[in-house]
Design a binder for this molecule. Structure first.
Ligand code: FE
Ligand code: ZN
Length: 512
């Protein structure tokens, strides 16, 4: 055989699209001697009808080798930044040790959710009937595992010098405020595959992702935290794929059968409110925890939710007969008061948390008053004025009792009646002769739609009363939480604060 001959017989180079087809879809087959229902047993019980799985479009056309090469590049960059930061004692250039409270909340509250997302997308990668969504789920599953790892590696450097980072997994499983994100994700994990796609793929990754991640990452960049910014960028570049999967999922379900529309609408209604309630933790983080402010919760909510989602996305979804989420008006009405109510609660319970809190400084209060001209001075300033008097008298106050928790979102009853910011909102429902309490119209609606599910909730306060949390006293419970000296309470004069002052006094002496 001559060389010329050989060349003429060489196969033509495939286009990206053909290559993708060959590498992914064409490896799929129709089962012949096993009933497809036995191969994919989980995609019918939710009442969703799919006529043609091949209609699922995968806009990324990613292959495994391209995926791995791309992710490895990003990891290399991240770990170079982490090394540089660690070697140059970069943590000393943060705005203040109190900034790290935001990162403690992230590691304790968000990183374990990444791992749960990894698990559930792996489940979808096995159980969805179509090869397109299976492969997209596989990629997302690997992404989420990578996010878990890069976040732990990044924040492990802070664990060498600061409190609150040492025991995040145990805390996530046990501590009261962390049951808010944990139960949110547990609810999604306990759903069927299509509800999970709408809960996490659409509502979390599409509707609310910018409200959840951008505040943390911009907060990091404004406060000198280069490593967190870098893992943030690395994760955000996967996010465009995750958002596309979420959007593709909802369009696919809506286009496959008109009968799917009411089911999908109910899931959007439920998961918008579930996700929105979790963002209460972000709201207070933005307005109170960051020493150098990025933007207010109100601004973030208006930009990332009202403008981009409500006006943009839901206008498009109206084509399918989908309406904006139920109770969205209650969320909009809360934007002026949410962060203040949440931080005031966390402030009073931080003796039982794994972060620290403080009364806002005069400069901080000025910012709050300017940013929230309608509400801060009128409703919240006097609380802090009174607390300053308490502190001057030696009585920085912590609430010793236990709050009632919402049966659905598991947040203490701190939210107020729509239109009346001075009356606590509490809703009561009955199920099988027992009474259950919820924090809002949204949570009550969710409870009453599936009471069988929510009566099983592991409510931290109830568990303490039942004796499941280490013992009857605060030190017993804190020991069971894995909270150590320095993790909790008042920030000023805390272990982190004292060390921070010492390190910075040293560097002034050394003339650095
Ligand atoms: Fe992630
Ligand atoms: Zn609630």
């Amino acid at each position: 055989m001559t060389i010329a001959n050989k060349a003429s017989r060489a196969p033509k180079k495939l286009s990206m699209k053909q290559r993708y087809q060959v590498l992914t879809r064409d490896l799929d087959w129709e089962p012949t001697y096993v009933d497809p229902k036995d191969v994919f047993p989980h995609t019918e019980f939710e009442g969703i009808t799919i006529h043609d799985w091949s209609k699922w479009e995968d806009p990324f056309r990613l292959t495994v080798d391209a995926y791995c090469k791309y992710q490895a590049e990003k990891d290399k960059r991240l770990y170079a930044v982490l090394d540089g930061f660690a070697q140059s004692q970069g943590h000393l250039t943060l705005t203040d040790a109190s900034y790290l409270n935001a990162m403690k909340l992230f590691l304790q509250g968000v990183t374990p959710l990444e791992y749960q997302a990894h698990r559930n997308f792996a489940y979808l990668a096995r159980h969805l009937n179509g090869p397109g969504p299976r492969f997209a789920s596989l990629c997302q599953s690997i992404d989420e595992l990578r996010h878990t790892q890069t976040e732990i590696h990044t924040l492990s450097n802070d664990n060498k010098y600061y409190s609150g980072f040492h025991n995040f997994q145990q805390m996530h499983d046990r501590v009261w405020y962390l049951s808010v994100p944990k139960s949110f994700f547990g609810d999604a994990l306990a759903s069927g595959p299509f509800e999970f796609l709408i809960a996490i793929g659409f509502s979390f990754e599409y509707l609310l992702t910018n409200l959840l991640f951008v505040p943390f990452m911009s907060g990091a960049s404004f406060n000198g935290d280069l490593p967190t910014m870098t893992f943030g960028f690395s994760a955000q570049s996967d996010e465009s794929r995750h958002m596309t999967l979420g959007l593709e999922a909802i369009k696919f379900l809506l286009e496959q059968d008109e009968a799917n529309v009411p089911t999908v609408q109910a899931w959007i209604d439920k998961w918008f409110w579930r996700g929105y309630r979790v963002t209460a933790l972000i709201a207070q983080m933005l307005d109170y925890m960051l020493p150098r402010k990025v933007m207010s919760w109100k601004e973030a909510f208006e930009l990332y939710f009202e403008e981009q989602m409500l006006k943009g996305l839901f206008a498009d979804l109206a084509f399918y007969g989908i309406t904006p989420p139920r109770h969205v008006e209650d969320a909009i009405a809360e934007k002026e008061i949410l962060s203040h109510q949440v931080y005031w609660t966390l402030y009073q319970f931080s003796h039982a948390a794994a972060f620290t809190t403080s009364v806002p400084t005069a400069e901080h209060e000025k910012w709050l008053a300017e940013t929230y001209p309608e509400t801060f001075d009128k409703l919240y300033k006097e609380l802090w004025d009174k607390e300053r008097e308490n502190i001057a008298g030696g009585g920085r106050h912590f609430v010793r009792g236990l709050p009632q928790l919402c049966q659905v979102c598991q947040i203490p009853m701190l939210f107020t009646e729509p239109g009346d910011p001075t009356t606590i909102c509490q809703r009561e429902s009955e199920f099988k002769g027992e009474k259950f309490q919820t924090c809002s119209n949204g949570c009550q609606w969710i409870f009453e739609r599936e009471p069988e599910k929510y009566v099983q909730a592991w409510l931290p306060v109830h568990q303490i009363y039942q004796g499941s949390c280490g013992g009857p006293t605060v030190p017993d419970v804190l020991a069971w939480y894995g909270v150590q000296e320095g993790d909790s309470g008042e920030h000023r004069g805390s272990l982190d604060d004292r060390r921070w002052q010492e390190w910075h006094a040293d560097s002034v002496k050394e003339g650095n």
